[in-house]
Design a protein around this ligand. Structure first.
Ligand SMILES: Cc1cc2nc3c(=O)[nH]c(=O)nc-3n(C[C@H](O)[C@H](O)[C@H](O)COP(=O)(O)OP(=O)(O)OC[C@H]3O[C@@H](n4cnc5c(N)ncnc54)[C@H](O)[C@@H]3O)c2cc1C
Length: 475
């Protein structure tokens, strides 16, 4: 990502469209907005001085792999295979469509998509487009007030902006670090609350013990980054479930076919049906992963058809199982972890952080196991890989909390996201969608459930941008 693009520039007083968030969703929305005949004045705002587009593709090193195969990572729903075509153009015959390639490569692809769109917009014939170039601003949106014919925005720097349409693509807010009960004399140097910050994995001896809180995809990435940087010390993954993500299939997957009416009966019945489909696939010597992948297109309609009670049942009892089956890891990374477990250099412990105090290597983590007595873990560094916030009701994120406090937004029944209509327009506390405010990304998970990865996000972005185009066409 061209860092120079993001500046703490002076905002205009008003513009046609503001896009908030410079991750995959915000950047691909910008590319769509730039398609000729674009005459809109656009501002795109991003909180972080990122090296790349968002956390997923910005802070990664060469060992961090995508967890979706190349063939499904195209930036636009009209051409899902476009990422693979780009790879073939730029690195002929290096990767097959089913490969899991480095995430940094996806960041380069997004960069090239954006550069192409910016160049094409500048070169568009004068009768087609003469809008000013979009303005990239490093700032954080803290408040959005919808008015009759525009939305008034307030940024963290104090700048204000009046827009005719607003697209929010903020991803999920960070969770609070999972170590609230921390003795005051524990030096902060021993704690890495953000695993993607530049110093998160630096500043401790190569043979020192490390505790990683979490055992999901981020934890796996951080283990592989530590080992690549030469870390030989013992790594403990501490997580409530004590479970790693399951592996992607290593042979061709045949998706199971489902009767949607059966899945729609409720969470327990859906679990039974999916288990049965998985068993049938395995009897045919086919990967079980097809039972999950076959659900992909059905997840949102089935989730929407469930009552609040069924959704609550799923979240309480089935979600942990769903997470490890659905958000899978490349098997090569899991094989590495298994080798380290056998050698004893990596251990997975079930539990959550109870307290931190100063210790021999820097810090001692007291963990509560839930099934046995508390136990202590020595660490020179404790790294938070527990993932984003689970809920938004008590969030510290200034934008989300102001939207909720002002009644501009409302949460879904479980407080895991914000309510939107089918097109992605934000729904206010009065239950009505706003005419000029759209939301895309994982904050829509309460309504859609499947709202995390590129294949779903690109569809959301397309729908929202169609709505925005119609809104901006109006006088
Ligand atoms: C480590 C990791 C690996 C992943 N790997 C894959 C993968 O292989 N394949 C896949 O399909 N998906 C993957 N995902 C899922 C990933 O989240 C999505 O693919 C996608 O990157 C999400 O993009 P987004 O733009 O919606 O959100 P984000 O990438 O989170 O971007 C949101 C941006 O908005 C900014 N922002 C937030 N609030 C404000 C504000 N108020 N003002 C200004 N800026 C703001 C944030 O700083 C951030 O840069 C991965 C996720 C993670 C965390």
């Amino acid at each position: 990502m061209d860092v120079a693009r993001w500046s703490v520039g002076t905002l205009p007083d008003e513009c046609d469209l503001a896009i908030v968030g410079g991750g995959f969703s915000g950047l691909t929305a910008l590319v769509r907005a730039l398609q000729p005949p674009c005459r809109w004045q656009i501002v795109i705002a991003e909180r972080h001085p990122r090296k790349g587009p968002g956390i997923a593709y910005g802070g990664c090193d060469a060992s961090h792999l995508l967890n979706v195969p190349v063939s499904r990572m195209g930036a636009f729903p009209e051409s899902p295979g476009a990422f693979h075509s780009w790879i073939e153009r730029t690195r002929p015959r290096q990767f097959a469509p089913g490969d899991f390639v480095p995430r940094a490569l996806f960041a380069s692809y997004l960069d090239s998509v954006l550069d192409e769109a910016l160049t094409a917009a500048c070169r568009a014939p004068s009768e087609l487009a003469q809008a000013p170039a979009p303005m990239f601003v490093q700032d954080v949106l803290v408040r959005a007030e919808p008015l009759q014919r525009h939305v008034d925005l307030l940024f963290g720097s104090g700048a204000t902006l009046r827009v005719r349409a607003l697209l929010m693509a903020p991803g999920l807010p960070m969770a609070r670090a999972p170590w609230r009960n921390c003795d005051e004399d524990v030096p902060l140097i021993h704690l890495s609350p953000d695993p993607w910050s530049p110093n998160a994995l630096r500043g401790f001896a190569a043979d020192a013990p490390v505790v990683i809180v979490g055992s999901g995809l981020t934890a796996i990435d951080i283990v592989s980054a530590l080992r690549r940087s030469g870390h030989t010390g013992r790594i403990t993954l501490l997580s409530r479930s004590g479970r790693l993500p399951l592996p992607h299939a290593t042979s061709a997957v045949t998706n199971a076919e489902y009767d949607t009416a059966l899945l729609a009966r409720g969470a327990r019945e859906a679990l039974r049906v999916v288990r049965q489909a998985s068993g049938e696939l395995q009897e045919r010597k086919l990967p079980w992963q097809g039972a999950i992948d076959g659900l992909r297109a059905l997840t949102t309609p089935v989730w929407s058809s469930w009552s609040t009670r069924e959704r609550a049942r799923f979240l309480r009892h089935i979600r942990p199982l769903w997470e490890i089956h659905r958000h899978r890891a490349p098997s090569a990374l899991l094989d590495d972890i298994a080798i380290q477990q056998r050698e004893g250099s990596l251990v997975i412990r079930r539990g959550s952080v109870q307290a931190l105090r100063r210790g021999r290597h820097g810090v001692v983590v007291t963990a509560r196991s839930g099934i046995g007595p508390n136990f202590d873990l020595d660490a020179a560094r404790v790294i938070n890989c527990a993932g984003p916030a689970q809920g938004v009701r008590d969030t510290a994120d200034p934008l989300i909390s102001s939207l909720l406090q002002d009644g501009v937004a409302t949460t879904d029944d479980f407080g895991i996201g914000l309510r939107t209509d089918a097109e992605g327009r934000l729904v206010g506390q009065d239950g009505r969608p706003h005419d000029r405010m759209w939301l895309v990304g994982a904050l829509r998970r309460g309504d859609l459930w499947e709202s995390t990865a590129v294949p779903e996000l690109r569809v959301q972005v397309a729908a929202a941008m169609n709505g925005i185009a119609a809104c901006l066409r109006e006088a």
